[in-house]
Design a binder for this molecule. Structure first.
Ligand code: BDP
Length: 327
């Protein structure tokens, strides 16, 4: 073979390899807000490994943890428009974009975490997923985020009167602002990353979150009263951009879903362990924890929040009632 011909052939082979590479190998980027060692962080890394394994390397996912790619509301937008492929989102900040998903942010709607998963695994979960998909997000699996309770730097909360006058950080969602207002407090919507400093400098008096986030953020160091209101039980998703998902082959869709589901099994196991460990850690650090013996006054105060939500979203009444009727 003369030199020119062999060079041409080599060039053609290289071009083919390159073309094959670009056609079949997708490189995705994923967003997660949590720190190393957090259950979601470990589970999302496992998800990335499983995606590569189960697609035989056709798809790889690079995870960006600690919110380095932006705040949660921004990241939700990025996944919706396809600037990012994957996100591990809390349904709280998805609510303002997806009315069906906002139902989970009605305070006290779930009896406990098991009730939440029963709803998600049934008709309710299908309705929420369909609403999300219409807005460009496909939930592949659900993660546990426990129950959220109030904490502040001033005093234990036992009744709604104890919330009166407190400035409380909430996630960006009008339902949470309404919830704090109904309890007589002043809501302060703020990005997760800003809360530690805001608590420390008394820009806010308190916030609300589950044990692992209260602990992993260090909020317990600057807001040492944790009161077990358990007013919100919000699921989290492994979410994918809808167009990206629908462009996959059926085999790839199956692989990606299985990877997410397997990561969720791991996440829920790690979650149970971390809830316990986080509680022990903050208790040892001197946090004053109190049970709330009577939650009824908190629940009763949420009447107007429900009424406004149903007046604004009359078509969601069946979903709310379905959740309330789910044993
Ligand atoms: C944590 C959630 C995270 C939220 C955070 C918050 O896992 O997605 O961003 O709460 O309060 O529990 O902003």
């Amino acid at each position: 073979m003369n030199q020119r011909l062999s060079q041409t052939l080599l060039g053609a082979a290289a071009a083919l390899t390159l073309a094959a590479g670009t056609v079949s190998a997708a490189e995705w980027r994923g967003w997660n807000i949590h720190v190393p060692g957090y259950p979601n962080t470990i589970a999302m890394d496992r998800f990335a490994e499983l995606v590569a394994e189960k697609t035989g390397g056709e798809i790889t996912l690079q995870m960006f943890h600690g919110g380095t790619l932006g705040s949660q509301p921004d990241a939700i937008e990025q996944v919706r428009i396809g600037a990012l492929e994957i996100g591990n989102f809390n349904l709280g900040p998805i609510g303002p974009v997806v009315p069906e998903a906002n139902v989970v942010s009605l305070p006290f709607i779930f009896k406990d975490v098991d009730h939440m998963f029963r709803v998600l695994e049934g008709e309710g979960g299908k309705m929420i997923a369909a609403g999300m998909e219409k807005k460009g997000l496909v939930p592949l699996a659900w993660y546990d985020a426990g129950a959220r309770s109030f904490y502040n730097s001033d005093h234990p909360i036992n009744s709604p009167e104890d919330v009166k006058g407190l400035k409380v950080r909430v996630m960006n969602n009008d339902l949470y602002s309404g919830m704090i207002q109904q309890l007589g407090g002043n809501p302060s919507p703020m990005a997760f990353a800003e809360v530690y400093q805001a608590l420390k400098t008394h820009v806010v008096d308190g916030a609300e979150n589950n044990w692992p986030s209260y602990e992993s953020t260090g909020h317990f160091e600057v807001a040492g009263f944790y009161s077990l209101s358990q007013h919100l039980i919000i699921p989290e998703c492994v979410c994918i951009n809808a167009d990206v998902y629908h462009a996959l082959t059926p085999e790839q869709q199956k692989a990606v879903r299985e990877a997410a589901e397997e990561s969720a099994v791991l996440q829920r196991k790690l979650w149970a362990e971390r809830e316990k460990a986080s509680r022990e850690k903050v208790e040892a650090a001197g946090v004053k924890i109190n049970l709330i013996s009577d939650k009824a006054p908190f629940q009763a105060a949420m009447g107007p929040v429900y009424e406004k939500f149903l007046a604004d979203n009359p078509d969601l009444r069946p979903l709310v009632e379905l959740i309330q009727a789910t044993p």
